[in-house]
Design a protein around this ligand. Structure first.
Ligand code: PLP
Length: 232
């Protein structure tokens, strides 16, 4: 786990919240329209507790075993847990049992397994479909050309609730270039909504491109370093 001192976290949380508010205002987004998902991968249970103490309620994890080990120490925390990492199909049962949201659904097999394995006593699993924005084969995310078929299928699965889209663009610097890299995701989101999907979640933007993501319409930014410090 990273070495960051949990006592620095409340100040980081305030700084990130100020960045989000500032970006909302600059890009004429409604105040409070962009949610903060604190990405706690690589940081320990005490860091998560400190962030929760500073008022954060949504946490994102990328690695299943790491997440479950920490969660065992945080059972008293009233938080919403998001799985944001790549999904191996042999891990879907634990993901379906342990998380409220999954952002990386990118193929039919994974969607069907999550649906079949989500317990009836739990609310439906809240799902974002991940799009491959880099165009590189082998990277996570459905190819843009296959997005329509996958979202149509997910919409029919009763134990999943399709909430939106997620993407991780190639890393570029500068607001204009970052906005261009995120735009295909926003356009895909708008196109699905025009086609009758009532999607409310556009999951994009990390510590380095938060402002660009808010400018392009993100409704949820996934912030790791900005909340918890470097992952070591
Ligand atoms: C690690 C991670 C983040 C957070 O990245 P930071 O640059 O530390 O803010 C966001 N999204 C995903 C999918 C990640 O894996």
């Amino acid at each position: 786990m990273a070495i960051s001192d949990p006592s620095t976290i409340p100040k980081r949380v305030r700084e990130i919240q100020a960045r989000i508010r500032e970006a909302e205002s600059r890009h004429r987004r409604a105040p409070g329209s962009v949610a903060l998902l604190a990405v706690s991968k690589g940081h320990g249970a005490e860091a998560i507790r400190a962030a929760a103490g500073a008022g954060l309620t949504r946490f994102g994890e990328s690695y299943l075993q790491e997440a479950l080990a920490k969660r065992a120490r945080l059972t008293d925390l009233d938080a919403e847990w998001h799985f944001i990492g790549p999904i191996q199909s042999n891990k879907t049962r634990e993901i379906a049992a342990g998380f409220d949201w999954v952002h990386g659904v990118d193929r039919v097999k994974v969607a069907r397994r999550l649906n079949d394995q989500r317990a009836a006593v739990l609310p439906p699993l809240q799902v974002c479909v991940q799009i491959n924005l880099s165009g590189e084969a082998g990277r996570s995310g459905v190819a843009p050309g296959d997005l329509g078929d996958l979202t149509a299928l997910v919409r029919t699965l009763p134990r999943l609730r399709l909430r939106g889209l997620m993407g991780i663009p190639a890393r570029v610097t500068g607001l204009a270039a970052q906005r261009r890299a995120l735009r295909p995701l926003r356009e895909a989101f708008d196109a699905l909504n025009l086609a009758g999907f009532a999607l409310d979640t556009l999951s994009m933007g990390m510590t380095g491109d938060l402002e660009a993501a808010v400018a392009e319409g993100a409704t949820l930014v996934r912030i790791g370093t900005g909340v918890f410090g470097p992952r070591g």
